[in-house]
Design a protein around this ligand. Sequence first.
Ligand SMILES: Cc1cn([C@H]2C[C@H](O)[C@@H](COP(=O)(O)OP(=O)(O)O[C@H]3O[C@H](C)C(=O)[C@H](O)[C@H]3O)O2)c(=O)[nH]c1=O
Length: 181
Amino acid sequence: MTAAAATLDGVVVIEPQVFTDARGYFFESFNAERFRERVARDVTFVQDNQSLSRKGVVRGLHYQIAPKAQGKLVRALAGEIFDVAVDIRKGSKQFGQWFGTILSAENKKQLWVPEGYAHGFQVLSETAEVLYKTTDFWSAAHERAIRWDDPTLAIDWPLKEGCIVSGKDGEAPLLADATLF
Ligand SMILES: Cc1cn([C@H]2C[C@H](O)[C@@H](COP(=O)(O)OP(=O)(O)O[C@H]3O[C@H](C)C(=O)[C@H](O)[C@H]3O)O2)c(=O)[nH]c1=O
């Protein structure tokens, strides 16, 4: 299975224009028109999620199956994370490929993870607060997970030791055994 991709079709890194002056900084953290231009499709967000995690925590790899698949626009409000998207669409030419990038309060980058991709992140700073918008509501019945350390995905998580995962994530199936799209 091919590992890291330079990028993945559909996944977009967004770098907002930041205005700094003697007071500090300002930037538009979301603009529907600018977003539509960058991802070249209409997207409506219906939910914002926010989580706080400490260093080494890995949340994911999570996704929701149809008809409640979620696209996610992810950013770090505080701290630094390694954010990962995995193409898990059956038949995709990049099936099983992953893309990861550093999102931080410092770089203010955002990652667009479309429906059909699994998402997860690892916290690299002492703590990190992550905010992400989703294109459909949470549905426990449609939630699925894939093991964050699946050897066929071979995601190159920056922190190799001290990783902290929830019981649910630690028992998630491997990609080969997961319910997919
Ligand atoms: C996702 C979600 C969860 N919850 C409840 C369910 C649990 O009682 C509690 C914690 O949920 P969980 O442990 O699944 O949280 P994360 O591990 O951060 O899950 C997220 O992790 C990765 C990074 C993702 O991309 C997903 O959006 C999401 O699954 O919040 C809700 O009430 N609403 C929600 O939208």
